[in-house]
Design a protein around this ligand. Structure first.
Ligand code: ADP
Ligand code: GLC
Length: 474
């Protein structure tokens, strides 16, 4: 039984740009079943402020990084929250990190430093009567917490979860004062990183334990290829690094009771959803597998590899329905593919409800990521009997059982993996997948295996629960 303050920049269902929000939103409920009390500290973006219930002010500051701020205790959609209300930092149009034009907010370092500074206030008993025993921070936006804890001589331990090492949260050294950082700690042992301030590094150096969202990514992070400049730091801290794979909310992602779909218990029940999905995406009948991809459209996600391998899928009678948004060049490229082929259909945008209908109706979910710390869409796919075709990396390596001859013979395969991560290997994997799809019994067995995989939070919530108990035991 521990009291934990979770510090994050997004949480479902209040604000989401990616899987981080799903994890942060699901953890408190999963931990509650084990007796842990987790309260989530979030920035008061407009989308958060508008949804708060039972609001109570627990602290106020005249100058919270450049303007007045308050800490509110509140509930929203079943989450127990502490919310930093600071209009000068968070009350803006646009996303949590980006302007409406898609640029980083220039004051992002201060915006998230304020969040971390407030977390330390709470831990030091300076903000309300609820005081956590552990702080659990997520990604660089929570990285400065240990610096502020140190400044207050507060001994509450900090656990840091890396969801994506690619984002460092760097700021120029001149911003030390505006970030309220001690200049004598501007050293490689603390938050200095190649002459800059790095919130990510501060978190990695100051954490009692570091976790990341799969075992394979924990190993990959130690390599130059995947560590993206932080591999050296992580090798130094390897003794406290571990991987805990993400779960999904099996209540929200439940093919037997999903209000967006025609519910089903077995793969056979997908047929009606498939017909509906084809109609929704204006796709004709076809002999090959109906594949989907639901993703941010960025370099990480390997969309370009898929476009290169697309001819193989189309030659085999396969189809692609894609939902995503992001990089304008990639948006243009997938739109062009849809214009060029009647068996490719694309929706640019963000649409949670549509993503459920896609999971229910598709035969295959594609995740050709160049790196993937965990990945959630392959987990939704498993749960919905939608066979994942994934790159062999990070959480995709840990959650999918490749249809090797041995796995097929033992009847345990749940998907197809490809390696190395390039268009050629992806094309070969698409061929293998089409071969499997052409054997209805084999494919249906894979779908049934997929649906049996334990993709909920059970084991992983227990792993976090033990981690909190461990750091508290010293
Ligand atoms: P990442 O966090 O790197 O984006 P994940 O696979 O962990 O990757 O999580 C992505 C989450 O965002 C999933 O819940 C996925 O369904 C959702 N998602 C991504 N793009 C879209 C979209 N265009 N519409 C609906 N949901 C999306
Ligand atoms: C990051 C990663 C993704 C992971 C998610 C939640 O956004 O890119 O792989 O699933 O965080 O941990």
């Amino acid at each position: 039984m521990s009291r934990i303050l979770s510090v994050a920049s997004e949480a479902v269902p209040l604000v989401k740009t990616g899987g981080l929000a799903d994890v942060v939103g699901a953890l408190p409920g999963a931990l509650a079943t084990l007796g842990d009390e987790m309260i989530t500290l979030l920035p008061g973006y407009p989308g958060v402020m508008g949804k708060l219930e039972t609001v109570r002010e627990v602290a106020a500051w005249d100058d919270l990084f450049g303007g007045a701020g308050r800490l509110l205790s509140a509930n929203a959609s079943g989450l127990a929250l502490l919310v930093v209300e600071a209009p000068h930092l968070y009350e803006r149009e646009g996303g949590p990190y980006l302007t409406p034009q898609g640029q980083d907010w220039p004051d992002n370092p201060e915006r998230f430093a304020a969040l971390c500074w407030v977390a330390a206030e709470i831990a030091a008993g300076q903000a309300g009567d609820w005081v956590p025993e552990v702080i659990h921070g997520h990604d660089w936006q929570a990285g400065l917490v240990p610096e502020y804890l140190f400044a207050r001589e507060c001994a509450v331990p900090f656990i840091f979860t890396v969801h994506n090492i690619a984002f460092h949260g760097n700021a120029a050294a001149e911003r030390m004062a505006s970030l309220r950082l001690d200049d004598w700690r501007f050293t490689p042992d603390h938050y200095e990183y190649w002459g800059q301030i790095s919130a990510l590094k501060a978190g990695l150096m100051g954490a009692a334990r570091i976790t990341t969202v799969s075992q394979t990514y924990a190993e990959e992070l130690l390599t130059e290829e995947f560590g993206i400049g932080m591999d050296g730091v992580l090798r130094d801290r390897q003794a406290v690094l571990s991987g805990i794979v993400n779960g999904i909310d099996t209540g929200v992602w439940n093919p037997e009771a999903d209000p967006e779909i025609k519910p089903y218990k077995t793969p056979k029940g997908k047929a009606a959803n498939k017909a509906a999905l084809r109609a929704e995406f204006d796709l004709p009948q076809a002999d090959g597998p109906l594949c989907i991809l639901v993703s941010r459209l960025t370099e990480q996600k390997g969309i370009d590899l898929l476009l290169e391998a697309l001819p193989t899928l189309l030659e085999r009678g396969g189809q692609l329905a894609l939902l995503g948004s992001g990089d304008p060049a990639l948006e243009g490229a997938v739109r062009d593919a849809a214009l060029a082929h009647e068996n490719v259909s694309v929706r640019i945008g963000y649409d949670e409800a549509l993503s459920h209908r896609m999971m229910a109706g598709a035969d295959v979910i594609l995740v050709p990521s160049r790196f993937e710390p965990c990945g959630l869409t392959q987990l939704y796919g498993l749960r919905y009997g939608t066979v994942p075709l994934v790159a062999l990396t990070g959480g995709l390596a840990d959650t999918v059982i490749n249809a090797s001859p041995a796995a097929l013979a033992r009847g345990v395969a749940t998907g197809v993996q490809f390696f190395p991560i390039n268009a050629h290997a992806l094309g070969n994997a698409v061929s293998r997948l089409c071969d499997l799809y052409a054997q209805p019994k084999v494919f249906a067995a894979m779908q049934r295996n997929a649906m049996k995989q334990p993709v909920g939070w059970g084991t992983s919530a227990e792993a976090y629960h033990s981690l909190y108990a461990d750091v508290l035991a010293g």
